[in-house]
Design a protein around this ligand. Sequence first.
Ligand SMILES: Nc1ncnc2c1ncn2[C@@H]1O[C@H](COP(=O)(O)OP(=O)(O)OP(=O)(O)O)[C@@H](O)[C@H]1O
Ligand SMILES: [Mg+2]
Length: 231
Amino acid sequence: MHLIDLISGKYKPLTRNTRTIMVMNSKGGSGKTTLATNLASYYASRKRPVVLADFDPQSSSLAWLAARPEENTPIRGLAAWRDRLWIPRDVDTVVMDVPAGIRDRRLVPLLGRAQSIIVPVLPSAIDMRAATDFIAEMIAGSAQSPLAPKIAVVANRVRENTRAFDTLEQFLGQLGLPFLTSLRDSQNYVSAAERGIGIFEMGHASVAVDLDQWDPLLRWLRSKRSQTEPS
Ligand SMILES: Nc1ncnc2c1ncn2[C@@H]1O[C@H](COP(=O)(O)OP(=O)(O)OP(=O)(O)O)[C@@H](O)[C@H]1O
Ligand SMILES: [Mg+2]
């Protein structure tokens, strides 16, 4: 983005009313980029102008975007680890992909950037324990942030009907945070990732189960429960 674009009014800063959705977990490989890219693909498939803001210098989300076919609705990428969070004037939705390992002093400023935060968690005891610690840190951090985000958890890469998440669900219940859905481990995510698309842009029959599993997450994102009061 050039200074001239800012002056000409082609770009705008985020406001409290921008629909901002962040995917974050301190644990690596939990599915942050997978959720962020699929969410961006969902909004694109609904013809909603969307920015995918990559806070990760590894830039996996932007690499996904680079593979995106021309015939698919464009998604604008933003190298948010480096550039200012200014978005094209016509965009009202921003999906943010955050790198692993963000904690302590680096966490609080990020919490203030999104209305809704989705935490993907893998079904292992280690991942779930780490997630409870991280969520407790997020809640403490939110109290210091001007824009307290709404937080929800999604289980990712679930292989079978498992009770593995019972303890995590109980913990979230005590905090009043929702456990939205379980996403299965599926090759659909892997092949979508390679092609720069999301499951919302694939043939319906092969992804029918996955689309059903996303439904509670999308419903939460549409509802007031996931949004801070607009100013
Ligand atoms: N539901 C799923 N089914 C199958 N594969 C998955 C699923 N979710 C993620 N993956 C795969 O797991 C790997 C890690 O996922 P992803 O890159 O989304 O995690 P991440 O949290 O962004 O990782 P990092 O912390 O390195 O940024 C990728 O190869 C991805 O394709
Ligand atoms: Mg990632």
